[in-house]
Ligand binder design. Structure first.
Ligand code: FAD
Length: 589
């Protein structure tokens, strides 16, 4: 018998989104369990640097409608406009709430929250004047947010299960409702079922499927793997954002906040090349635009260094005072990972895999939705998702900087609210668990423990990451995409034959890595298959053979299903909640 632990609600993931949701639930005196692979304040949100977007208008005129316009345009018109309106309208409320919880934002002379410009955020519906919308705590905004949320959760009696890895969802075979998760305690290697009336996935991104990534080692797409194995679709996975400024050779992120403070990019001729690609926004054009421009400069022979394979980010002209006050973490990263002090020299940078726009499909109240009968968006009872593992979809084909931290708190909060509402509307005891609950998970672990020989996990993982980098990068070529899909299929088969030499139970990280690989295989497959099928260029998805956006054929969301490696599509929500639709137009910066 697998031991069972009962809670009102389970939150898988203790990043910004998970802890915002758990706070909502714990404050309502529910019994809430938060499962996390690492200590909560080590979740990847801690790495967020530049800021959280909200039109507070503390330094320059701003409003939520301009923010909404920028987000719709940034998404290359694939974002759902109802969800985008919802997010932009709640931005001020959630940021002020964080402030009241004690989040240590930087301050202006007036005492108000400090705000800086960020890529793609403009005034007056895309005018050349940049908005000052990114609320920042130096270049450690995520760190400040995560610690604030953790402290509030401790105060509200949220129960944390640290170093517990959720492995699979448990669904009721009657109606597909989610009734909990199966999870492994890393310390003991024991498996338990966490049973709940409501389960939220908040497991973050899957950046480790690429070779060069800004993401932490724990970002292995676990929530997506769990959803895919449970028969649920993954939405818009072809849209993967490459951040323009990863440290050359290391991948560590240099925030867009550097360019927000006045830094700029140079090619080998010392030219500010962004002026040619985005005459208005220049270095603060949206990320897909800047990444493509950098890659083009390098491809056309204007890259820097011995191998002409990177460009330079110059910020020494900002002066030591600004760099030390506003960008201290960046200076430290540049010295440690690029061996340059940005007070004196430029930082070598290349576009690096950064953020997954797709994920588990949800509506803007965090409820997971999937096709059923005539509906493309039937609610999956008992299951919710928020943060980078979800696809609401507010980011569509490309996310604007600082809109992720915002999405975490807006949709973390709204999913917590919805979970409460659903539990209160239908008060009832826990449903019975299906008889075979946890058996599929046990047999996955059993295969690993029983295997006497097979592939090394590290070899399969490296091949997966190299294949994704080569076949699904900033620019995508038709033959590469077809070949990439075949390679990932072979890698998926190999992942089913992995072998770990260490069979011990206590803190067996080899077993954890093997299980994480299975999740990365699902996310990589979804990404490659969806990318190969989308015959247009939109947002972060840029194809050499279809260089233009094709709204007639492709203004639709992709849904990938693990079973049969199948694709389906559903319409974009063009209708906003209360305002006029922003009609698609050519996207220039
Ligand atoms: C270097 C960097 C800088 C960034 N800067 C910014 C910025 O300035 N502004 C902005 O808006 N966005 C920024 N982003 C993006 C943003 O930080 C992330 O998208 C966001 O923090 C993700 O939060 P999350 O709550 O979805 O997940 P995460 O913070 O990644 O947390 C995921 C949680 O899930 C847990 N977990 C995962 N799998 C399992 C499992 N199987 N079982 C149990 N627990 C599990 C983990 O332990 C963790 O607690 C940045 C991203 C990076 C990489």
């Amino acid at each position: 018998m697998i031991p069972v632990r009962k809670f009102d609600a389970i939150v898988v993931g203790a990043g910004g989104s998970g802890m915002r949701a758990s706070l909502e639930l714990a404050r309502a005196n529910l019994k809430v369990a938060v499962l996390t692979k690492v200590f909560p304040t080590r979740s990847h949100t801690v790495a967020a640097q530049g800021g959280i977007a909200a039109p507070l208008a503390n330094s320059a005129e701003d409003n939520w409608h301009w923010h909404m316009y920028d987000t719709v345009k940034g998404s290359d018109y694939l974002g759902d406009q109802d969800a985008i309106e919802y997010m932009c309208r709640r931005a001020i409320e959630v940021v002020v709430e964080l402030e009241h919880m004690g989040m240590p934002f930087d301050r202006l002379e007036s005492g108000r929250i400090y705000q800086r410009p960020f890529g793609g955020h403009t005034q007056s519906y895309g005018s050349p004047k940049m908005a000052m919308r990114a609320c920042a705590a130096a270049d450690r905004t995520g760190h400040a947010m995560l610690h604030t949320l953790y402290q509030q959760n401790v105060r509200a009696n949220t129960q944390f299960f640290v170093e517990w890895m959720a492995l699979d969802l448990v669904r009721d075979p009657q109606d597909g409702a989610v009734v909990g998760v199966v999870a492994l305690e890393m310390e003991t290697g024991e498996v338990s079922i966490f049973q709940a009336k409501a389960t939220l996935l908040a497991t973050g991104g899957s950046g480790r499927m690429f070779f060069s990534s800004t993401n932490a080692f724990i970002n292995t797409g676990d929530g997506l793997g769990m959803a895919a194995r449970a028969g649920l679709p993954l939405e818009d996975m072809e849209f993967y954002q490459f951040h323009p400024t990863g440290v050359y050779g290391a991948g560590v992120l240099i925030t867009e906040g550097v360019r927000g403070e006045g830094g700029y990019l140079l090619n080998k001729n010392g030219e500010r090349f962004m002026e040619r690609y985005a005459p208005n926004a220049k270095d603060l054009a949206s990320r897909d635009v800047v990444s493509r421009a950098m890659t083009t400069e390098i491809k056309e022979g204007r890259g820097c260094g011995e191998h002409a394979d990177h460009v330079l980010l110059k910020l020494d002209h900002l002066g030591a005072e600004v760099i030390n006050l506003r960008l201290p973490g960046i200076r430290e990263i540049a010295i440690k990972f690029a061996n340059v002090d940005p007070i004196r020299e430029p930082i070598p940078v290349v576009p690096t895999a950064h953020y997954q726009m797709g994920g588990v499909p949800t509506n803007y109240m965090g409820q997971v939705v999937a096709p059923e009968g005539a509906s493309k968006e039937a609610i999956v009872p008992g299951l919710y998702a928020a943060g980078e593992c979800s696809c609401v979809s507010v980011h569509g084909g490309n996310r604007l900087g600082c809109n992720s931290l915002l999405d975490l708190v807006v949709f973390g909060k709204s999913s917590g609210e919805q979970m409460l509402k659903d539990m209160r509307a239908l008060p009832m005891p826990h449903r019975n668990l299906p008889k075979d609950a946890g058996e599929a998970t046990r047999s996955r672990i059993g295969r690993l423990d029983g295997a006497k020989s097979g592939e090394r996990v590290a070899d399969v993982l490296n091949d997966l990451r190299r294949s994704m980098q080569a076949h699904c990068g900033v620019f995508r070529f038709p033959e590469d995409l077809v070949e990439g899909v075949e390679k990932i299929k072979t890698i998926a088969e190999r992942a089913g034959r992995t072998f770990i030499a260490d069979k011990s139970k206590v803190f067996n990280t080899a077993r954890i890595e093997a299980l994480e690989l299975e999740n990365l295989v699902e996310t990589a497959m979804a990404t490659a298959v969806s990318a190969e099928a989308r015959k247009e260029s939109r947002g972060a998805h840029t194809r050499s053979d279809f260089p233009n956006r094709d709204d007639k054929s492709w203004m639709k969301h992709t849904l990938w299903f693990k079973e049969g490696n199948r694709l389906d599509y559903k319409p974009v929500h063009l209708k906003a909640l209360t305002v006029e639709t922003f009609e698609p137009k050519v996207r220039t910066y």
